[in-house]
Design a protein around this ligand. Structure first.
Ligand code: DGT
Ligand code: CA
Ligand code: CA
Ligand code: ZN
Length: 578
């Protein structure tokens, strides 16, 4: 897959959304932003789709209608988009750079450009230093402080890429390489093998009798922009998407040692080597040695065993207690991949999703699930056309009818009535209890007033958790990787409230959410609080994100029973009724 054309088009559409919003145009920004997201989440190359199926093919992508399909056609054919260039003249700023700053939306950026000619992050920093922003209309001192805080965050933002956006490409490269002559095995190592939420580069390890051949194949991949180094057993390249990839080829006999070394992480490896040294051994990427004698090297299991350790799964290799636990035979039995029976957060075309309830249900069946909960937004979330009590009741009838249909078709699948109920600023819910009681399972989330003080935000969320009917708190910290910091929260207090009220916390596995993140998962389950791993699917394609959630849950030491949607539906519903 030539991933770069997809991300290039997505970038253009995102910029257009941004500028249009800055110009106060209604509706259009959302259409462009949704299209960009859909193209990024689409795992096929739009250029290939276009070449084989033309505009009709492009329109299969969610959110892409005639007009946007023609835009894509123009970009593929000419490398540019006239409408975009026209728009750019109206707001010729470094959108990428500036929009990464929290607290600085398109409308503000338009004012900053019109009044102060601010085009870049550097211009902005200068204006803040001289307090020019506080004096502007619509801004004020608070706003200046917020932007300043956003600037600070930007500096620590390393530009790592969410795993979910890169995994399809990494697997594609893995696939291609595994077909070259002489190759015995190809495996992705590094942070990807550890299922880290963001990754810095792609590390690939191969066993081959003819290492030169695989190196040759690697440096000639069409996904590559430049070759950084090309040797007989190791090469490095920069991919078109702006990320590097490393390939190492090793002999079969040292595969385990090499895999252990290149999986990392660095801290874990340092500790493991110290343990070897204490035993009078030496561990390197070729094996475990006593003087010149090789003790273990073929598999990772043998290496860990020779060091007196239980096997440590890659997700746990972070040097945060896993080595001690491996010595004491106290490692958790991690939730296995493929063990989810349901998905408890899904949005349909009743609100901001792409598809009908039935289409999503059928996609969930394909993904191997036995149940889903439909969680459209509720009424105070105007931007997503949230549902009110009446519409929820109507949706409930539709769901009942679908469930009857599935029974008639002898399909073992159930749709649960639910909602992503909006938490008001004061912690109350925006749907009346009488309507809530008709739902099978009830989830809440905040979508506004992100900037309350830590104390107020925590109180607000706890009030929602204490509501007698609530079962799950969705995306508990609200962060968006590379885009938005989490809200200020006392997570310990939230966990305590969740434990006291038997409320589960969600691990939302949309690639740039991953919220709860790994370390929080560990904190949460250590307190006996359950988690729910959900996709937040807005489209059938999104069920593929479930594996990311499992990866992160494993990094958080979660076992199967810590996750409520591994349970059979009966057990889940019994739990939900408290
Ligand atoms: P990333 O790429 O930033 O997402 O994270 P990693 O963990 O994939 O790091 P990377 O690509 O620099 O290196 C891959 C693995 O190779 C790493 O996890 C452990 C091993 N490694 C790399 N450099 C060193 C080193 O200086 N010492 C040791 N012990 N191991 C290293
Ligand atoms: Ca890496
Ligand atoms: Ca690397
Ligand atoms: Zn939504």
């Amino acid at each position: 897959m030539n991933y770069s054309i997809n991300s290039e088009i997505a970038k253009i559409f995102n910029h257009m959304a941004f500028i249009l919003e800055g110009l106060n145009v209604l509706f259009k920004p959302r259409a462009y932003a949704q299209a960009a997201e859909a193209i990024l989440a689409w795992n096929k190359d739009v250029e290939e789709i276009y070449k084989s199926e033309g505009l009709t093919g492009l329109k299969q992508i969610p959110s892409i209608g005639q007009n946007l399909a023609e835009h894509i056609e123009e970009i593929i054919k000419t490398g540019r988009l006239k409408e975009y260039e026209k728009l750019k003249k109206k707001l010729p700023v470094d959108i990428e750079g500036l929009s990464a700053i929290e607290g600085l939306g398109p409308k503000k950026m338009k004012i900053l450009y019109d009044k102060l000619k601010i085009k870049t992050v550097a211009d902005l920093a200068k204006a803040i230093a001289t307090h020019k922003i506080a004096k502007l209309e619509h801004f004020g001192a608070q706003s200046e402080t917020n932007i300043q805080r956003g600037l600070k965050f930007l500096k620590t933002n390393t530009g790592r890429i969410p795993l979910g956006y890169i995994l399809p490409l990494a697997r594609e490269i893995e696939q291609k390489l595994s077909k070259t002559p002489g190759v015995k095995k190809v495996i992705i190592a590094g942070s990807i093998r550890r299922w880290q939420e963001t990754i810095g580069d792609i590390d690939i390890l191969a066993i081959s009798d003819q290492p030169k051949k695989i190196m040759e194949a690697f440096v000639s991949l069409p996904e590559i922009q430049t070759i950084l180094s090309h040797g007989p057993t190791r090469s490095s390249v920069r991919l078109k998407i702006g990320l590097d990839a490393d390939l190492r080829a090793v002999a079969p006999k040292s595969f385990g040692a090499a895999l252990q070394y290149f999986t990392g992480d660095k801290n874990h490896n340092v500790k493991i080597r110290e343990i070897a040294i204490k035993k009078g051994l030496k561990l390197n990427e070729y094996g475990l040695w006593r003087k010149e004698k090789n003790i273990a090297c073929q598999t990772e299991e043998k290496i860990y065993a020779a060091l007196g350790l239980d096997y440590i799964e890659p997700e746990l290799r972070t040097d945060s207690g896993e080595i001690f636990a491996a010595q004491k035979h106290q490692l958790p039995r991690l939730i296995p991949h493929g063990s989810l029976k349901g998905d408890l957060q899904i949005q349909t075309n009743w609100t901001d999703g792409e598809c009908t309830i039935e289409a999503l249900a059928r996609a969930a069946m394909e993904a191997g699930l036995e149940y889903i909960a439909i969680t459209d937004h509720t009424k105070t979330l105007g931007i997503a056309h949230g549902l009110d009590e009446k519409q929820l009741a109507k949706q409930g009838q539709k769901i009942d009818a679908l469930n009857v249909k599935f029974i008639k078709e002898k399909i073992n699948f159930k749709i649960l009535k639910s909602a992503e109920i909006n938490i008001n600023k004061d912690g109350s819910l925006d749907i009346a209890d009488a309507a809530l009681k008709k739902l099978d399972i009830m989830s809440v989330a905040i979508h506004s007033a992100f900037r309350l003080s830590k104390n107020e935000q925590t109180k607000r969320i706890i009030r929602a958790i204490e509501h007698s009917l609530v079962n799950i708190l969705f995306h508990p910290t609200g962060r968006l990787i590379n885009r938005r910091e989490p809200y200020e929260l006392d997570l310990e207090a939230i966990i305590k409230a969740a434990a006291a009220n038997r409320v589960a916390l969600e691990l939302d596995c949309f690639p740039d959410r991953m919220d709860l993140k790994d370390t929080y998962v560990r904190q949460v389950i250590a307190r006996g609080v359950k988690i729910a791993i959900d996709t937040d699917a807005h489209h059938p394609e999104h069920f593929k994100f479930l594996e990311l959630g499992i990866g992160t849950a494993r990094r958080g030491w979660a076992a199967k029973n810590d996750v409520i949607n591994t349970w059979p539906i009966k057990k889940l519903l019994k739990w939900a009724r408290k």
